[in-house]
Each structure stands twice: as C-alpha cells, then as structure tokens.
Design a binder for this molecule. Structure first.
Ligand SMILES: Nc1nc2c(ncn2[C@@H]2O[C@H](COP(=O)(O)OP(=O)(O)OP(=O)(O)O)[C@@H](O)[C@H]2O)c(=O)[nH]1
Length: 503
C-alpha cells in the first residue's frame, strides 16, 4: 500500500471500529477452546442478535427440519463457525455511520454488501466450496475499504464517488486519488480488527479478473473467485437500468473464473432474487424492490440465454457464409479454367499445364505423354443431326475421356472437335494402351441423343511422348508431334491410335 496513505490510516482517529459484540465474536472465533456455551453467552448480550440467529436457523436459507427455539440449538444447528460468521455479519451491517462531509450513500453501500454476501454464499455452494457459509462474511466485507477511505479522507473519497459507483470506474478513480484501491485498504482494516487470515486474503484479492490472478489452495482460490463474481452480480441488482454490457461481462467472468455457463449464471441470479426478501427482513435493510426482482431475471434471461444462443447462431451463420463464399470462389476459379460447353479444361489452362508439366518432366527426367484427339467426320454429325446434337456428342465424348483418365491427367479442349490429354509420368506403352481403351469405349458405345436417336462416333488419336527415346525442345513441339500422329491416324483409316514416329 502507498506509504503516505498507510501513515494516514495509522494516525486516523476516526477509523471504523468493531461493535463490542463483534469484537467478542472475533475473539471467540480465534479461540480453539470456545464452544457453544461460550458463544451463546456472548450472543445473548445482544438480544436483537440472538433473535436474528434464531430466526435464520429456522429460515429456509438454512433449511432445518426441526423447529429451533433456543439459542444453543440454533448455534448447534448452524454450526459454530457459521453462527460466528452470521453473528459478526449481523453486528456489522449498518454499524458504521457516515462521517461528517461524506458524499457516500451508506444505505446503498450496505445493500451492495449484503447482496455480495448472499451472492458469495449462493455461488460458493454451486461451485462446490466446502465451507460456503463462510463466504457470506467475506462477500459482506469485501468493500469495507470504501468505508475506511471515506473515514480517513471524506473529501477526496467524495470526489472519487462523484465519478459513479460503478465498480470498475470506482477502482480506477481510487487508484488515481490514493494510488491503491479499497480492496487493499479493506484487507488492512480487517487485519487490524484481528480477522482471520483467509478473510483478509479474500478481501485483498477480491478484484481479481481471472483465476490466474488468485494464488493459494484450491478451495481458497475457488472461494475468492466466488466472492469476485458476487461483487459483479450485486451490481446487477442495484443498477436502476438494465445494462446488457454488465450482464454480458458477468457471463464472461463466470466462465473465466468458475467455468459456469450462461444457464448456470441465470439460475444463480434467480436463486439470489429468491433469497432477497428473507435477507432484507433479517438484516432490516431493504435490498431490492420486489418488482425489480422479476425485471432483473427477465433481463438476465434475455441477455445470457437468448442472446447467447443468438450469438452462437450468428457465429455459425457467419462461418457457414464464409465457407459458402470460399466454395463459390473455388467454383469461380475452376470455371475460369473450364470450357463452357464440355466441362473439359480450356485452352489457356492447357497451355499453363503443359508448360508446368514439361518443366517438371525436364527436372525429374520422367516421361510426359500427350495425346491429341480429333473426332472423325464430325462435320457429318453436325450436318446430319444438327449443331445441338453435335454439341451433345462433344459433351459425351469428353465424359468418356474423363472417366478413362486418372485424376492427375488433364483433359482439355484444344478447339472445335479437338482435345488434348496430358499424361504426366506415363510411359508411351501405358499411354497407348489407355488411349486404345478410350478409343474403343467411344467407338463401341453409341451416343444417345436427347431426341432418342443413337449415333456412332469414332475418334482418331495421336500420341507423342517426351523423355522416352525422343527428347523435345518444348511443350509446343510435343503437342505438334501428337497432332502430326493424328494425321497419320486419319490417313490410315481413322478410329485409330497412332504414335508419333521419331525420325
Ligand atoms: N456442334 C459443334 N460443332 C463444332 C464445334 N466446334 C467445331 N465444330 C464442327 O466440327 C467440324 C469439324 O470438321 P472438319 O474439321 O471438317 O473435320 P471432320 O468433319 O471431323 O473430319 P475429319 O477430322 O477429317 O475426320 C466442323 O463442322 C465444325 O463446325 C462445336 O463446338 N459444336
């Protein structure tokens, strides 16, 4: 803590002091020998306190099956530790009045403290904290530093509060004014009061934002995470208007600190809302306007559950759209490579592929076969059956070429009724066999036209292979030689495969 502030605190005559009963309760808490009779004796000094303990032991919050009608039974049923915690809480709430010149709203302050205490206990039980009842006091006292700062420097603290009671803002302006925040000051005050170390630590760390900010044993870390979240939840109940930003932030923090999902946070808010009337009566502090309970719950449901689903839905939509756009982009790119009529690759893509495969074959020293395919007497098909029938024949021939080719082979339309197949890494003999199969497939199966007629067509095929016997200068020469072999096929009677004969 800042040295100057510490000195000021040490010298301040007006620091909040513990009420007598509270001091005795703290002492009892430290005494391992203290049992029910000793605690009952202290509590009995304050009849109002005794009545409250009896009432709480019979309240649904501590759900007992039996009716409890004397203080000793109440202490036993609550458990000594919880009873001490509650006794302390009862004697503290409202015990410190506003100093002269204070600008702080003390009623609101205690409302928030009580809500924090309740929320800490509710969250702690849900999170599986073993002694979750103890969290009530830690939650209740987490902002005690605000009272201390207000007592020691009312004027400055009034300036701080003028910025607003919204907690994040408050912490930031405290740092500006005092070089520390009320969590540190509160922890110091609790130390002076002789409160247990665990409580001091919980208050000191109550402004943690993630689990990593909190160190300690598992149960302690869990407890502090609950108290931290409780502070935020208390604000939901106190703000006059529904702030979706705050509710959303709570959802995020609950996830980060305790791994709670939106539905769990909503249930917690519901549970806190249900407990407020009982707590208001016990502590004689009106916590929340009953009408507001419904409104807060409805708002939380909308933000945490409905909007959460909406966001998940929107994210899924966005992902789907991105995927669809990527698919569309791929399709468009593919389309720029394809021939519109037949679906074979177009001439531009063929040139590109030939140049690339020729280079790769050069580098790798493997064969590159190229087949040139020309439909026989195609003019006659057009003349006899019409241009549309001719188109259909071209499409069907390409289908057959593609179904015979392998995935790595490129079937392209060279122009008109001429096609080229690039066969990377395929030796001449294998290429010839494959082309022979292809030729037979076209020749042996008539092509059915949509009109119902069937046409017999044949193809003439020329093959040239680079890096096998012959080595060609470039891809153009390779294609030209395959084309020359087609001439041979035509000359030799069509419906044939001819291999370019090297001189
Ligand atoms: N239906 C249709 N016909 C086309 C297309 N492109 C070119 N052709 C026709 O294909 C025919 C090619 O005829 P030719 O070059 O004389 O050769 P052929 O009749 O196949 O005779 P050979 O090659 O000697 O067996 C022409 O009639 C062109 O009009 C096209 O996209 N669709």
């Amino acid at each position: 803590m800042d040295e100057a502030l510490l000195r000021r605190l040490q010298l301040c005559p007006d620091l909040p002091t513990l009420p007598t009963v509270a001091m005795k309760v703290v002492e009892l808490g430290r005494d391992p020998e203290a049992g029910v009779p000793e605690v009952a004796e202290v509590v009995a000094l304050d009849p109002a306190l005794a009545a409250k303990l009896l009432r709480i032991a019979n309240s649904p919050l501590y759900a007992q099956r039996r009716k409890v009608d004397n203080l000793r039974q109440a202490l036993m049923l609550l458990g000594l530790n919880s009873a001490l915690t509650l006794a302390l809480s009862f004697s503290l709430v409202g015990a410190f009045g506003a100093p002269a010149g204070s600008g702080m709203d003390y009623r609101r302050y205690w409302q928030r403290c009580l809500l924090c205490g309740m929320a800490s206990r509710v969250i702690g039980r849900r999170a599986g904290v073993r002694r979750y009842d103890d969290l009530f006091l830690a939650g209740l006292l987490q902002d005690i530093g605000m009272l201390v700062l207000d007592a020691v420097a009312s004027e400055a603290y009034t300036r701080v509060i003028a910025w607003g009671m919204e907690h994040e803002l408050l912490i930031a302006s405290e740092h500006e004014e005092f070089n520390c925040d009320h969590a540190e000051v509160g922890a110091w005050m609790l130390e002076q009061w002789g409160m247990p170390d665990s409580l001091v630590r919980a208050v000191r760390l109550s402004h943690a934002r993630t689990r990593d900010d909190i160190s300690g044993a598992h149960d302690e870390v869990l407890g502090i995470a609950c108290i931290t979240l409780a502070g935020w939840l208390a604000d939901i109940w106190l703000s006059d208007t529904d702030d979706p930003g705050l509710t959303f932030r709570i959802g995020e923090l609950a996830q980060q600190l305790l791994g709670f999902d939106a539905a769990t946070v909503h249930e917690l808010i519901d549970e806190i809302g249900a407990q407020t009337p009982e707590m208001s009566a016990l502590f004689e502090v009106e916590l929340v306007d009953p009408q507001r309970v419904r409104a807060v719950l409805d708002h939380a449901r909308e933000v945490l559950l409905v909007r959460n689903l909406q966001i998940i839905h929107e994210a899924a939509e966005a992902r789907l759209q991105a995927e669809q756009m990527a698919v569309r982009a791929r399709l468009l790119e593919e389309r720029t490579r394809r021939d519109g009529l037949t679906g074979a690759f177009n001439r531009a893509y063929l040139e590109e592929t030939l140049a690339r495969e020729f280079r790769l074959a050069e580098d790798g020293g493997w064969p590159l076969s190229v087949a040139f395919i020309d439909l026989d007497y195609f003019k006659k098909v057009n003349d006899t059956w019409g241009h549309q029938a001719g188109d259909e024949v071209l499409r069907e021939v390409v289908n057959r070429l593609m179904s015979q080719a392998r995935y790595s082979d490129v079937v392209a339309r060279y122009g008109g009724e001429e096609f080229v197949i690039v066969l990377p890494g395929i030796r001449r003999d294998s290429a010839r066999m494959m082309l022979e199969r292809l030729r037979a497939d076209v020749a042996n199966r008539p092509i059915n036209l949509p009109s119902g007629e069937a046409i017999n067509v044949t193809i003439s095929v020329g093959l040239a292979t680079h890096n096998e016997g012959a080595v060609y200068a470039d891809a153009e020469t390779l294609v030209r030689n395959a084309d020359r072999a087609v001439y041979d096929a035509k000359r030799n009677g069509r419906n044939r495969v001819e291999v370019y004969a090297d001189s």
